[in-house]
Design a protein around this ligand. Structure first.
Ligand code: ADP
Length: 269
């Protein structure tokens, strides 16, 4: 039987993601490139994913774009909202999850799913950098460390230096003066993570927390934020190495269903 390949492209504010699936159920490959909308990140993510699968663009039966910059990717057959794709992708990765916490480059979202993985309700913070990946990116820069080091630094902290400002700009000055006072950068990082977690927990509590709780988006790679959120919310949070690909995977599932629909079948979109 002919295999059906589809592609999901997630054009984010900070990163570009691409995934390829076979027959709507098997994830063949996925790539994250640390370059967001307005860059060549999308092309790079697509090229790497095609290379990993040994397929070409001509093999793709349907392409769905999602993410903040989805309308910038013109080669897609359709575009689908980030919320819908994240819900579908998280359901695929984590099966049976009821609450999704997604912290990306410039927003944080809370989503509630029903038992079939359909989106029931959501909340979103897209107006303020505090409680997003952007806040952490700014802090990593001040501390002169790579974003990928924050999680480990947090785990090695022996204390915590709390941050009182909720605004990114004021929090930035607070961290600079804390460094000037010779405070341990690891303890400062722990305070930064607590501040992000309490912002995001306030948001998530508005939709309610129902297990299983999972985390998607790039910030899910930061174990310090995950642990701080578990503490704030009083629940276990599951993550996956595929967490950052949730949107692209969801886009693949939509692409497969659109393909079935176009073929005269019964694609469930
Ligand atoms: P978007 O979809 O908005 O582009 P992502 O979900 O890809 O955003 O998340 C990007 C954010 O993830 C970055 O702003 C950064 O803070 C965080 N991030 C990316 N890579 C890592 C990493 N290796 N460790 C910790 N945090 C990371």
């Amino acid at each position: 039987m002919k295999k059906i390949y589809v592609m999901g492209v997630d054009v984010g504010s900070a990163t570009s993601k691409c995934a390829i699936m076979q027959d709507g159920s098997e994830l063949l490959a996925g790539t994250v490139i640390d370059m967001g909308v307005g860059s060549s990140g999308v092309e790079k993510a697509i090229a790497k994913t095609l290379e990993d699968t040994g397929l070409t663009m001509d093999d793709m039966s349907f392409i769905v774009a999602t993410g903040y910059g989805r309308n910038n990717y013109e080669k897609a057959d359709r575009s689908v909202s980030e919320l819908s794709c994240h819900a579908k992708g998280a359901h695929f990765i984590f099966g049976g999850c009821k609450t999704i916490i997604d912290i990306g480059g410039q927003d944080a979202k809370g989503m509630k799913l029903d038992e079939n993985g359909e989106l029931k309700n959501f909340v979103m913070n897209e107006k303020c950098a505090a409680g997003t990946g952007r806040f952490l990116d700014v802090m990593a820069k001040i501390l002169s460390v790579d974003i990928s080091q924050l999680g480990e630094m947090d785990q090695e902290a022996t204390g915590i230096i709390p941050i009182s400002s909720t605004c990114t700009v004021f929090a930035e000055s607070e961290v600079i003066s804390s460094l000037a006072k010779n405070n341990n950068p690891k303890d400062i990082v722990k305070g930064i993570h607590k501040s992000v977690a309490s912002r995001v927990a306030g948001l998530i509590n508005r939709v309610g927390v129902e297990p299983k709780v999972v985390m998607t988006g790039g910030v899910s790679k930061n174990i310090g934020v995950v642990k701080a959120l578990e503490k704030e919310l009083g629940v276990d949070i599951e993550t996956s190495p595929k967490s950052q690909l949730a949107g692209a995977i969801g886009a693949c599932i939509f692409a497969y269903n659109y393909y079935l629909k176009e073929e005269g079948g019964n694609g469930n979109v």
